[in-house]
Design a protein around this ligand. Structure first.
Ligand code: BES
Ligand code: ZN
Length: 446
């Protein structure tokens, strides 16, 4: 029933295809060669329903001579079986017809494909479950936001993209880059009570990094701000490539780091537990975030919101930011829009779609958690240099001015989702106190 034989035969092709198309074809977790079966039953893929319709209409794409058959469907994703020989044509067809990279996932077995469909179904719950978030901390946000520094953000992007210009998930410098982030965050946490910074290990070399600020009165509820710390260029066949990943995604990590610096320098004491995350191995299939999201789900951890920062440095659209509206939670996304109109009154935003689970928010979404993704531009108008050796500070104008906007939003997000207006106890060690102002209190639900 389950065939993995295509894996060894086609993985090499996929990597070649990735270079040729400047796209990544997603593959599941690596399977040891000895574990691979000998069947000839084709390859299980999950693909967006729109792309599935396109593929089914293609004369040249057939499974055993027949048009593709949908085996299962959930939240606009279809599970189907294809010939291994057709993977290149499938990738090219999706790329051409739908202008997207990574438009399908190839799975090593039916069981793995079904797991993905189950994640998608849980994601449906995440879309429908509508958390209620408030905006009621203008004093805190107002006192912290001006402390965010563009030069700190620029410095972090510079260090990561120049000193660790290959953060590939199984390259030694990809491990060193993660450790450097751990050390940076540990420095910010020094002298604070209860804040921890940890490496989270995976089945591959690169660890993720997690900073935890324990909550006070609502410690069991968790707010996540994250982005990926790995980089990639030119496909993954040559692990020694130069992959500065300045925009993708040193820019997201630099924003998260700056939010950490300002919060910790002010002795921020949230009610909910705040976790800041740098995920390993996003570029090879959301692997670090998938491990972490799965562990939270297995542990029954109540993650109330997740915000993803992946690419914040390049202003490619007339609007300053774009809220991604697929594989994300609608009410949380609406709430982020409200945070922008409340606190970032000088900025504008659009909404746009990736068309697939294009970053780590997808991993949380598939586990049923409410996740949102705020992006540097409308999808398609983003930095054209990503996944290349040329993803350096130069296309960002050697500036973190755009990224700073995301730091302002991310800081407002962390403060507003982790502190409630009803909490009147001081939440800062250093003499600051939270207050509530009736005029600022708004409720957003959908
Ligand atoms: N930063 C990109 C995601 C992205 C690129 C979002 C362009 C919006 C516009 C991310 O690091 C990435 O490359 N993702 C992969 C998919 C992932 C599941 C391997 C992609 O988009 O091909
Ligand atoms: Zn990225």
């Amino acid at each position: 029933m389950v065939t993995r034989q295509w894996t060894a035969r086609w993985r090499g092709w996929m990597l070649f295809g990735a270079v040729a198309l400047a796209c990544l074809v997603l593959i599941g977790p690596a399977q040891p060669a000895e574990a691979q079966g000998q069947g000839e039953e084709g390859v299980w893929i999950t693909v967006g329903a729109d792309a599935f319709r396109t593929l089914r209409g293609e004369e040249s794409i057939r499974f055993r001579g027949q048009a593709l058959v949908p085996v299962a469907q959930a939240e606009g994703v279809v599970l189907t079986q294809v010939d291994g020989e057709d993977l290149r044509a499938i990738s090219e067809t999706i790329h051409h017809a739908h202008r997207r990279c990574g438009g399908f996932m190839a799975h090593e077995s039916l069981a793995e494909a079904q797991e993905q469909m189950a994640r998608v179904a849980r994601g449906m719950g995440a879309v429908e479950g509508a958390p209620t978030y408030l905006i009621d901390q203008p004093a805190l946000v107002g006192s912290l936001s001006p402390q965010l520094s563009e030069s700190h953000i620029l410095g972090t992007i510079q260090s990561l993209s120049q000193d660790f210009n290959n953060r590939y998930y199984r390259h030694p410098s990809g491990v060193a880059g993660a450790e450097w982030i751990r050390d940076l965050w540990t420095g910010y946490a020094s002298g604070t009570l209860g804040v921890t910074v940890e490496l989270v290990s995976h089945s591959f070399a690169q660890p993720s990094v997690v900073l935890t600020i324990p909550g006070s009165t609502l410690a069991d509820e968790v707010v996540v701000l994250g982005g990926h710390l790995d980089s990639i260029a030119g496909g993954s066949s040559d692990p020694d490539f130069v992959a500065p990943g300045a925009d993708d995604n040193a820019s997201g990590i630099a924003v998260i780091s700056e939010v950490a610096r300002v919060l910790l320098a002010n002795g921020f004491k949230p009610q909910r537990t705040v976790k800041l995350m740098g995920y390993a191995a996003e570029e090879v299939g959301l692997r670090g975030s998938q491990d972490i999201a799965e562990a939270h789900a297995t542990g029954g951890i109540d993650v109330v919101s997740v915000l993803q920062l992946d690419m914040t440095g390049f202003q490619g659209s007339t609007e300053d930011m774009s809220l991604i509206d697929d594989f994300t939670n609608g009410p949380l996304t609406t709430y982020l829009g409200q945070l922008i109109t409340t606190y970032l009154t000088d900025l504008t935003f659009s909404t746009s779609s990736c068309g697939y689970a294009c970053s780590d928010h997808g991993a949380w979404h598939f586990e049923g958690y409410p996740a949102a993704f705020v992006f540097e531009a409308r999808f398609g108008q983003h930095n054209p240099e990503i996944h290349r050796t040329s993803d350096t500070l130069a296309p960002l104008g050697n500036s973190a001015a755009h990224a700073l906007k995301f730091a302002r939003l991310a800081l407002a997000y962390v403060v507003e989702t982790s502190v409630d207006g009803s909490e009147l106890a001081p939440i800062f060690i250093d003499g600051f106190e939270s207050g509530t102002t009736g005029d600022w209190t708004q409720t957003f639900t959908e």
